[in-house]
Design a protein around this ligand. Sequence first.
Ligand code: AMP
Length: 169
Amino acid sequence: MDQTRNPNPSNHSSKISSSSRLLVLQSHLSTQKPTMASEKEAALAAAALPADSPTIFDKIINKEIPANVVYEDDKVLAFRDINPQAPIHILLIPKVKDGLSGVSKVPEAEERHIEILGRLLYTAKLVAKQEGLEDGFRLVINDGPSGCQSVYHLHIHLLGGRQMNWPPG
Ligand code: AMP
């Protein structure tokens, strides 16, 4: 297994076009932070798309748009969330979607996915260590419209760097 931590996260984005950079810059400069309501709306809109539509994460995997990559191996990509909900907010995704839109939405997780599902969790631990989250962290999977999922390519949120509360919203 080619398990290479990306020593220079900026490498990933070095080959992207200037128009992609501009798009991302515009989204960064926007002062309108998504509200709880808009997150719900985004989740409902995403759920209405055909189950296996390509997502923004395909573009990140294919390096068509930049991402702040913190870890990469042959199966898993981890990059910083563009709208962080904690000082450290990283998304871990399988590089090959293989039908994993989420956990339960058809096409859904099946027995053949057990290896990649386990690997995502294990990689979350590696990345948490890499980020210095010795005191703990939170892993989240938003599944389906009720779970407020907005991108239908399975991903684990790794959140840390602040005290978490329970119950979550
Ligand atoms: P979810 O709502 O659980 O489906 O999570 C999707 C996550 O993807 C959200 O936290 C978004 O902020 C994040 N996201 C969307 N587009 C990008 C992007 N281009 N780069 C990094 N994170 C993104």
